[in-house]
Design a protein around this ligand. Structure first.
Ligand code: SF4
Length: 379
């Protein structure tokens, strides 16, 4: 049976973090119930189209899914189970803010088969958490991490960020050291990017945000690569590290260029050779659903050429690289046939390496990955 992933977007947060440009809003909790009703209607409208599909992963992301009351979450889970075929070995993740989890919601998640908890810590130092606009401190994170373990979560991801304003290499080491002591199964580690329409962008434009140099940012990244490897974490994607067998199945759907459906505000999908995304305007999303209209705003048909290009640059995000045999099975020829010039050029520059089975980024290639990815985009 055709296997796909489901993504469910929850756009509510207690407070907007200063660096965040995700589709999320603070102080709009009053709209939760109406939004969740619309979300359920959108999911039901896909029942027929997904009849021949089995769900291998579900990811409830945001925003902050952990602020959703249990009674609303219960209705969502009921809708999932009564409308879709779920794989028995389902990976079911939920994103959480350490400031919004407690015994009740953690117990509820685990009892209802939500078996992977993702916790956004970002940094170990409370002054950094404060200057990022996070609502929690490290003590709260620690308490709730231990609570999640006690309740029985055996698959926990911790999200971290480096390259923060005024952050030193020592502080980054301290963050990694303390996180490793907790032995989470998965660690995501992203370099801070200053995005437009954020508080940090405003401060950056005014020249009052002191960011680490590019060189220090790369030192932090390389430090994490080596340090996490020493502690048994496999570096399996540019920004992701996992213990044995704990790589995130859902995210690998994206990097393997497989199919998924996204429900909710601004959610993206890839299905039947089409990429499409929902409106990011709350009122429009809810009104369209009420009127039985699609909330989808942008739709792009993916040609074979697009699919090949996407499979290349998404696949190269993974440290194992592009599996040559799998690529040939999917497209009828090897990547060398289509991209001989590019592959040769980047091999000469030391950004790509190849063997009998894989084409992958080198360590230098990871740092310059955007340069490599762009060259695979169709003209
Ligand atoms: S909690 Fe997450 S989604 Fe919400 S504002 Fe902060 S970074 Fe953005």
């Amino acid at each position: 049976m055709r296997e796909i992933g489901l993504y469910i977007h929850i756009p509510f947060c207690k407070q907007k973090c200063f660096y965040c440009d995700f589709c999320s809003f603070s102080n709009r909790e009053k709209e939760i119930s109406e939004y969740m009703d619309a979300l359920r209607e959108e999911m039901k409208s896909w029942e027929e189209k997904l009849k021949g599909c089995k769900i291998k992963s579900i990811f409830i992301g945001g925003g902050t899914p952990s602020i959703i009351p249990i009674k609303e979450m219960d209705k969502i889970l009921e809708t999932i189970h009564s409308n879709f075929h779920i794989n028995k070995k389902l990976e079911f993740s939920i994103e959480s803010n350490p400031g919004t989890i407690n015994k009740d919601n953690l117990n509820y998640y685990l009892k209802n088969n939500i078996n992977r908890l993702s916790m956004g810590l970002q940094a170990w130092q409370n002054d950094h958490l404060k200057s990022l606009g996070r609502i929690h401190n490290k003590e709260e994170f620690l308490k709730n991490f231990l609570l999640a373990r006690e309740i029985g979560f055996e698959n926990i991801n911790i999200d971290l960020m480096f390259g923060l304003p005024n952050q030193t290499l020592n502080q980054w080491e301290e963050t990694l050291y303390n996180v490793i002591q907790l032995n989470p199964e998965h660690i995501s580690s992203y370099s801070l990017k200053i995005e437009e329409n954020t508080e940090f962008y405003r401060l950056y434009e005014k020249g009052i945000l002191k960011l680490p140099s590019e060189e220090l940012d790369r030192r932090m990244y390389h430090f994490a690569m080596d340090y996490l490897l020493d502690y048994g974490y496999k570096h399996y994607e540019i920004s992701n590290f996992a213990k044995e067998e704990k790589e995130c199945i859902h995210n690998k759907i994206y990097w393997n260029n497989e199919e998924y459906i996204g429900f909710g505000l601004g959610a993206h999908s890839y299905f039947n050779k089409n990429r499409f995304s929902n409106t990011m305007i709350m009122e429009k999303y809810i009104n369209n659903i009420h009127k039985k209209l699609s909330p989808c705003e942008g739709k792009e048909s993916i040609s074979r050429k697009d699919e090949i290009a996407e499979t290349m640059f998404l696949g190269l995000r993974m440290m194992r690289g592009i599996n040559i045999k799998e690529f040939k099975e999917r497209f009828g020829c090897t990547p060398f046939k289509i991209y001989s010039e590019e592959i040769l050029k980047f091999k000469k520059l030391g950004l790509l390496s190849t063997d009998d089975q894989y084409i992958r980024l080198t360590r230098r290639g990871i740092d310059l990955s955007n340069q490599v990815f762009v060259s695979f985009l169709p003209d």
